[in-house]
Design a protein around this ligand. Sequence first.
Ligand code: SAM
Length: 365
Amino acid sequence: MGRVAGLAGVSVRTLHHYDEIGLVRPSARTAAGYRAYSPGDVERLREVLAYRRLGFGLREVADLVGDPAGDAVAHLRRLRALLLERRAHADAMVAAIDDELRARATGATVTPEEQLQMLGARLYDAIGGAYTATRRTDPRIAARIWAALEGARTVLNVGAGTGSYEPGDRDVTAVEPSAVMRAQRPAGAARCVAAAAERLPFADGSFDAAMAVSTVHHWRDPIAGLREMRRVARRVVVLTFDACEPGWRDRFWLTRDYLPEFGDLLADFPPLDGMADALGARAEPVLVPWDCADGLFEAYWRRPGAYLDHRVRRAMSVWTRVGPEAERRAVRALGDDLASGRWAERNGELAGLDTADLGLRLLVV
Ligand SMILES: C[S@@+](CC[C@H](N)C(=O)[O-])C[C@H]1O[C@@H](n2cnc3c(N)ncnc32)[C@H](O)[C@@H]1O
């Protein structure tokens, strides 16, 4: 035990404590009959110590290393994702401090409204580092958006993120408030302005069309942002969702059976009709293909095991917004139901579907 403690950089007392609480138990025996750490125990100890250094409590670590979906590679991937998240958070804090230092140096003041507008960006400054692992263009969803943009030469992409749905053959200008997301835009991507939807820094009618994809629910004031899009562009295309239609909470098994908290997140989100009215737009359903290439929240409706993967969840803001306790509970329950066959029993009919209407809607004007 002393040797393992020395190698791992922890005290023998810590190892005894982990043994007592069942977190890491030396399961092998030496020739003289003493208890010793097997290679598997050492692997588990390494995982425990890594999670501890990331600031997780002992109970949380016990859940994480006890995760049935967790072989060594899955744990390493999860640790890597957590570290990238930390790094993104630190980068975002440094960027925010630099902004404020610059502002102070010029004597500029930031209005409370501007500070609030940055809230949506802050979420993505914290979680955006994990975005590119699974978020990318789905060609079928892109085809719908691009068809609606037909004929527009200049296009403004609001809440552009890494630019997944920007049409490559138009003159695109992107707007993205999160520094972490802006930094991940690929080389050669359209020029990107640091601003928020609620106050677009462009004159009236500057663009043929404005688009916004999977972003409106993050805006501090969705209706104000949509009106801004209408002000600066002659045509508007918005991919969002309908959270008002009766029974919408039961539409998706993930929120119905495992994550009811999702409903609370949208308590203040305007109804689809209200958004359509603000734009004078019509709403068209967008079906989610069973093999959707863009890892959005609904993407894996026919591939439930994907939600057990930490990397997949980290690229969906919902999990961060419901908090770690709800996330752990939902993932554990889903894992249990997949293992026992209960999920398949309840959702057997999905196997025969190639697309699903999970409430995604395209507003077009
Ligand atoms: C789920 S991502 C979508 C990114 C991209 N449109 C896509 O489809 O991949 C949501 C984006 O909205 C941005 N966002 C948050 N608040 C915003 C606001 N008030 N105005 C514009 N964008 C905002 C976030 O920073 C984030 O990049």
